[in-house]
Design a protein. Structure first.
Length: 356
């Protein structure tokens, strides 16, 4: 844990922190190899996977992502939950402007029940067990993401322009649900709370649209996170994230990002560090998650080695010491085909080539 705390403060460390975003895949380390469906519905299995993942891989963090349909499920959307695949919404509850108002009128569901209840209880269990060993964080969907899962992104984006007042009524509801979840995560004993602001991307929304439909709500929620004694963390796998707004306005302690070299404007680790984004924020990334499925140990070792060298060079050039975590662009696929040896390769390579 000391290494993670030092990196957050940009203090000297023995090596760069590591945390390939291995969440659901860790269930395969448990006795009997529970299915994804079993793991996502049992708080004890959920917690045990993070505990076992830390023991087996020696991660520097533990962030309790389940999937991105948790809130939508409890709001009434139908979630398809196959035995071994990440759950996803296949039955939306919003089909027109009037449905946003109906959703708002229903009020916030009991977050201690349903999938939110599983997530909260599981997070509390692993936070208690890993206390003092690694930095822990809960994982929560931002208000706009949660709403899009009930409506579909296409439907919601269209209604944002055609029926903005109706969308805002529903956003007040998802924001209130988020606020209640923040308070409960604070009781779990986690060090931080990681938000997924999926639509904070210039590929989807301009500055004005993002600030109107999520920024104003997220700003209040992030302030609440800090007031409740947790660090604000953000995960963004967007190709063109609203970096300036999120870093300067939300002031996160940690920002987990993606890098897409074939997309003009997508920032590399060197650009992130050179442009000053790591002056007050610990960044994490940027290994392609598909390498954990399709790549060889040799391939992912080479990629990790190159990333370590790039980051250390950029940090040194900018008189910084440790504000980067060797991580993946997004979650390591929880598939059965994911190669656990590739996760170990990233960790071991980061320990060797991330050393100072």
């Amino acid at each position: 844990m000391e290494r993670g705390l030092a990196a957050l403060a940009d203090e000297p460390v023995d090596r760069l922190c590591n945390y390939p975003l291995a969440m659901g895949v860790n269930r395969r380390l448990l006795p009997g190899s529970p299915t994804y469906r079993e793991w996502a519905n049992d708080p004890k299995l959920f917690a045990a996977s993070f505990i076992e993942g830390h023991k087996y891989f020696d991660f520097d963090f533990a962030i309790g992502l389940m999937d991105l349909s948790v809130m939508a499920a409890d709001l009434g959307a139908h979630v398809r939950m196959d035995a071994e695949n990440t759950p996803f919404v296949d039955g939306h509850i919003i089909h027109g402007p009037e449905d946003y108002e109906k959703l708002a009128e229903k009020g916030v569901p009991d977050i201690h029940k349903g999938r939110c209840g599983v997530l909260l209880e599981g997070t509390k269990l692993f936070a208690e067990k890993l206390k003092g060993e690694v930095i822990t964080a809960g994982f929560i969907e931002g208000p706009l993401l949660a709403l899009s899962q009930t409506a579909s992104a296409e439907r919601m984006f269209m209604d944002m322009f055609e029926s903005p007042s109706a969308v805002h009524k529903a956003l007040e509801l998802t924001s209130e649900m988020d606020s209640q979840l923040v308070s409960e995560f604070a009781k779990c004993g986690v060090n931080g709370l990681c938000w997924d602001y999926l639509w904070a991307s210039y590929s989807c929304l301009g500055d004005d649209q993002y600030e109107e439909f999520e920024g104003q709500y997220a700003l209040k929620l992030n302030k609440q996170v800090q007031e409740e004694g947790m660090a604000v963390c953000i995960h963004s796998c967007a190709d063109l994230p609203h970096l300036d707004y999120q870093i300067n306005t939300y002031k996160p302690a940690i920002f987990s990002m993606g890098y897409y070299p074939l997309i003009p404007g997508s920032k590399s680790p060197t650009e992130i560090i050179d442009e000053g984004y790591t002056k007050n924020t610990l960044f994490a990334g940027v290994i392609d998650p598909q390498l954990f499925v399709r790549g060889s140990v040799e391939k992912i070792t080479g990629v990790t080695k190159d990333l370590c060298q790039e980051v250390k060079t950029a940090l040194c050039k900018n008189n910084q010491k440790s504000r980067w975590v060797i991580s993946s662009n997004c979650e390591v696929p929880p598939d059965l085909e994911t190669k656990l040896d590739n996760i170990s390769a990233v960790v071991n390579t980061a320990k060797e080539y991330g050393a100072f």
